[in-house]
Write a protein of this length. Structure first.
Ligand SMILES: Cc1cc2nc3c(=O)[nH]c(=O)nc-3n(C[C@H](O)[C@H](O)[C@H](O)COP(=O)(O)OP(=O)(O)OC[C@H]3O[C@@H](n4cnc5c(N)ncnc54)[C@H](O)[C@@H]3O)c2cc1C
Length: 471
């Protein structure tokens, strides 16, 4: 090892020091400039939403602390920034962990080519996928389109996810003198919407690790069933930590395996959800067009309704359907929505309001702290029925029966729609069916302090079915 060599470690969505192959290997080479570039040259549609930027700010601050204040921050076009740093500092190697979203693949390919052409050694690694998408193909060498064979045959039978990298010694790091201050990345925006997120989240690598071990102790043992109930604590809430790479899927996979017997149905189910994340990344990798277009082309003819008023009522949680409103308010309040409720609110937008899934996806992109191109696009298309291996078009979530079944005590719904807290549970999910006295006793006047339903469930369902059946 030549201790005189100078390398750049370019952090992206891998904001951790544990199990970080590019960081580990760069530190083995000698001196390292660790840096993060906020890429403001991306197309508008790929720019981070406000909630994600809030998370990123705190995650970068945390990483900087763990790197002994040696992380350098930049804003601009990554190629220009890297080239200028290389020139000024006599850098020999550049290391990064690969991103798998099409816009980043395209960008990073160009960067790699240019750096290689100027004699720089570029080393890239997989830090975010249990199975790299290009390695998983069917026997006929085409990509899988259905989850179960992808996961069972393509992934599990192919090879086990690798073990984790050791924690590197954090030494030999140097700061670039031309960097900017984290506050100049302007990630916290001008409004104070994000301030409330401080109440709900503890960002950063150590907090991600603590959350995982807490989930293994308290949530995992009833994950398969409990994950359906938004008022229960059976899901991990690791999604933003995973998205920003504060914890690797490999660490999670290995810790979960250590935690209990591998035949355990809860462990299996949890791992298969990580498998769904892999599948989303895989779909986006092999079918990059799904970023904006329907995976199933027949949906291109869908006569979506353009109604800004209905869209706004959905965004604000004022649809008159309590579990939908609870979900949309949870999103606004916390930057997160429980998975069961994500399915209910998205189905409602697409199949009852008949509004294009892309508009719902955009709102989630803006408001979710775990907003992830692959998971968000693939999940919205799954719900709409336009995706690969999607929910069949006739599967329309009924927000009344879903509420009764999955929030049986009403605790989740009442938390986010407090104006209904005194309403008898029998009518909590269908307040328009309660008689006048019942509503009055609960302090509710429909249309005044809680909305009347903005759409009729039965007729909107029938309309959706009719359109879908003609596609
Ligand atoms: C309309 C819609 C939009 C979504 N948008 C996103 C998004 O932008 N970002 C995002 O990370 N997830 C998204 N999901 C998937 C899922 O809802 C979240 O990953 C999950 O709710 C995160 O909570 P958790 O960490 O407690 O999950 P857990 O149940 O604890 O699962 C552990 C991890 O597995 C992965 N995972 C779990 N469920 C899914 C799933 N259905 N698809 C893909 N990966 C999954 C996530 O990385 C998650 O953190 C979306 C789902 C729907 C229906």
């Amino acid at each position: 090892m030549s201790k005189n060599k100078l390398s750049i470690m370019w952090f992206k969505e891998d904001l951790r020091i544990n199990d970080n192959p590019a960081l580990f290997n760069s530190l083995n080479e000698g001196l390292v400039i660790p840096l993060y570039i906020f890429d403001n040259s991306l197309k508008e549609e790929y720019k981070m939403g406000e909630a994600s930027k809030w998370w990123l700010h705190h995650s970068l601050s945390d990483l900087n602390k763990n790197l002994n204040d040696k992380l350098s921050f930049f804003m601009g076009n990554p190629l220009n920034i890297l080239e200028s740093l290389i020139d000024k500092n006599n850098v020999e190697n550049v290391f990064w962990n690969r991103s798998y979203e099409p816009c980043f693949i395209e960008r990073d390919k160009i960067i790699k080519k240019k750096l290689l052409a100027s004699g720089i050694i570029v080393k890239t690694y997989n830090a975010s996928l249990l199975w790299e998408s290009h390695e998983i193909l069917k026997e006929d060498k085409t990509p899988y389109r259905v989850f179960t064979p992808f996961y069972r045959k393509g992934c599990l039978k192919n090879k086990s996810p690798r073990s984790v990298y050791n924690k590197p010694k954090i030494e030999n790091l140097i700061c670039s003198r031309t960097d900017t201050n984290i506050s100049e990345l302007c990630l916290l925006g001008n409004n104070n919407w994000h301030l409330k997120f401080n109440k709900h989240w503890k960002v950063g690598e150590i907090n991600a690790q603590k959350k995982l071990s807490n989930f293994i102790k308290t949530g995992l043992s009833d994950y398969k069933n409990g994950r359906n109930y938004p008022a229960k604590n059976n899901v991990s809430k690791l999604s933003p930590h995973i998205h920003f790479g504060e914890i690797s899927p490999h660490t999670i996979w290995n810790e979960i395996n250590k935690s209990s017997d591998l035949e355990n149905k809860n462990v299996e189910h949890f791992k298969s959800e990580l498998g769904w994340r892999e599948f989303s990344k895989y779909l986006l990798f092999h079918f990059p067009e799904i970023i904006n277009s329907n995976f199933q082309k027949k949906f291109d003819n869908f006569p979506w309704i353009k109604d800004d008023n209905l869209l706004t009522l959905w965004k604000k949680g004022k649809t008159g359907y309590p579990i939908v409103d609870a979900g949309m308010r949870e999103l606004w309040e916390t930057g997160y929505v429980h998975n069961r409720v994500r399915m209910i609110v998205s189905s409602f937008l697409v199949k009852n309001l008949l509004i294009d899934w892309r508009l719902g996806e955009r709102w989630f992109w803006e408001c979710l702290v775990d907003a992830d191109q692959a998971n968000n696009k693939a999940s919205w298309q799954w719900v709409a029925g336009s995706g690969a291996d999607a929910a069949p078009y006739f599967r329309i979530f009924n927000p009344v029966t879903q509420g009764m079944k999955f929030d049986p005590d009403g605790n989740y719904t009442k938390k986010y729609v407090p104006e209904l807290r005194n309403l008898d549970i029998k009518y909590l999910f269908n307040p328009w069916e309660a008689d006048f006295d019942k509503l009055q006793n609960a302090g509710i006047t429909l249309g005044k302090n809680y909305p009347k339903p903005i759409v009729d469930l039965k007729s909107s369902r029938n309309k959706a079915l009719e359109i879908f059946s003609k596609l």
